[in-house]
Design a protein around this ligand. Structure first.
Ligand code: NDP
Length: 326
């Protein structure tokens, strides 16, 4: 039996976590032979609800689940943590401006960054799901100066997975036949799902679809999918978000298949001319628990314009919280 790893989940009594924790405990994220200790963080008023979730986890008798820690203290939640899924975030309230939302979350994610800096494993892998995910990830990273900035990521895997299925359905294929999908930029309506390098059963996607469908239907459908689900279901897309979080962490830990890549919001090193230091979604390959940005893809004018628009939005978000960044 392997040594157990510590997995921290914040906002652990929320909707996404309710679809997430049971799958982590079952082995879906890190494998059927990897025992886990769940370290669950909630705000104090949600601790009772969290206790109920922990009772249900107990009642599943998962063989891989070694221990559950429930706490409202970030330093306890991140103690020796190997994997952190930062799901809890402040939702937009009535009359709240975008700047207020950024600031409210900056307070949460700076405190969590500091706690990780102090108590987490030096190799912790951090995924931010709570919105605005890319900027929250940046804030946590900047508040954890003793950790490698490459350990902080943001989730665009749901946008990536949505794109796989939209394209598969359009071309009469299946999602497992679609490779080399890329989401560039921010997890927001400015994200750019790029099909120029994508293959369907080995064939270039752009040769299988009309430019008009790509620009007028595919891109807006992916960008606005979250809102469409809220409209249809009356609730947000919690289960598919949880599934994407599992996929993101599993790929990071276990690697991308040969000849394929995934999309992750990662620390920009200036690749493709994107400002260094932003948490920007790139095409990445993963090997041995590390990620690398796919290099050398051709960027046409259409793509460049969209990549720059989402980069500008991320730079504006960063500048809006600049006074809170160390
Ligand atoms: P959810 O679990 O539904 O969502 C949590 C976060 O994930 C939100 O920021 C949400 O963004 C984001 N998100 C990212 N992708 C998606 C997606 N595809 N669909 C839906 N959401 C997405 O929220 P709940 O309110 O149910 O739960 C949040 C929990 O976090 C609460 O229990 C609260 O107590 C806790 N919390 C904990 C904190 C802490 O640990 N310090 C701090 C703040 C809250 P969006 O808002 O844009 O939908």
């Amino acid at each position: 039996m392997k040594t157990p790893v510590r997995v921290t989940v914040t906002g652990a009594a929320g909707q996404i976590s309710y679809a997430l924790l049971f799958r982590i405990a079952s082995g879906a994220m890190l494998g059927n032979d990897q025992p886990v200790i769940l370290q669950l963080l909630e705000i104090t008023p949600a601790l009772d609800a969290l206790k109920g979730v922990a009772m249900e986890l107990d009642d599943c008798a998962f063989p891989l689940l070694q221990e559950i820690v429930c706490t409202d203290d970030a330093e306890v939640a991140f103690k020796d943590s190997d994997y952190a899924l930062l799901v809890g975030a402040r939702p937009r309230g009535p009359g709240m401006e975008r700047k207020d939302l950024l600031e409210a979350n900056a307070a949460i994610f700076s405190a969590q960054g500091k706690a990780m800096d102090k108590t987490a494993s030096r190799d912790i892998k951090v995924l931010v799901v709570g919105n605005p995910a890319n900027t929250n990830s940046l804030i946590a990273q900047r508040n954890a100066p003793s950790l490698d900035p490459r350990n902080f990521t943001a989730m665009t895997r749901l946008d990536h997975n949505r794109s796989l299925t939209q394209l598969a359905q359009k071309t009469g294929s299946s999602s497992d036949k679609v490779t080399q999908m890329t989401i560039w930029g921010n997890h927001s309506a400015t994200q750019y799902p790029d099909l120029h390098n994508t293959l369907v059963d080995g064939k270039n996607a752009m040769e299988l679809i009309e430019q008009n469908w790509y620009a007028e239907e595919f891109i807006p459908t992916v960008q606005q999918r979250g809102a469409a689900i809220i409209k249809a279901r009356g609730l947000s897309s919690a289960a598919s978000a949880a599934n994407a979080a599992i996929d993101h962490m599993r790929t990071w830990a276990m690697g991308t298949p040969e000849g394929d890549w995934t999309s992750m919001g990662v620390y920009s090193d200036g690749s493709y001319g994107i400002q260094e230091g932003l948490i920007y979604s790139f095409p990445v390959t993963c090997t041995d628990g590390d990620w690398a940005i796919v290099q050398g893809l051709e960027i046409n004018d259409f793509s460049r314009e969209k990549m720059t628009a989402t980069e500008t939005e991320l730079a504006e978000e960063r500048d809006a919280v600049a006074h809170l960044l160390p």
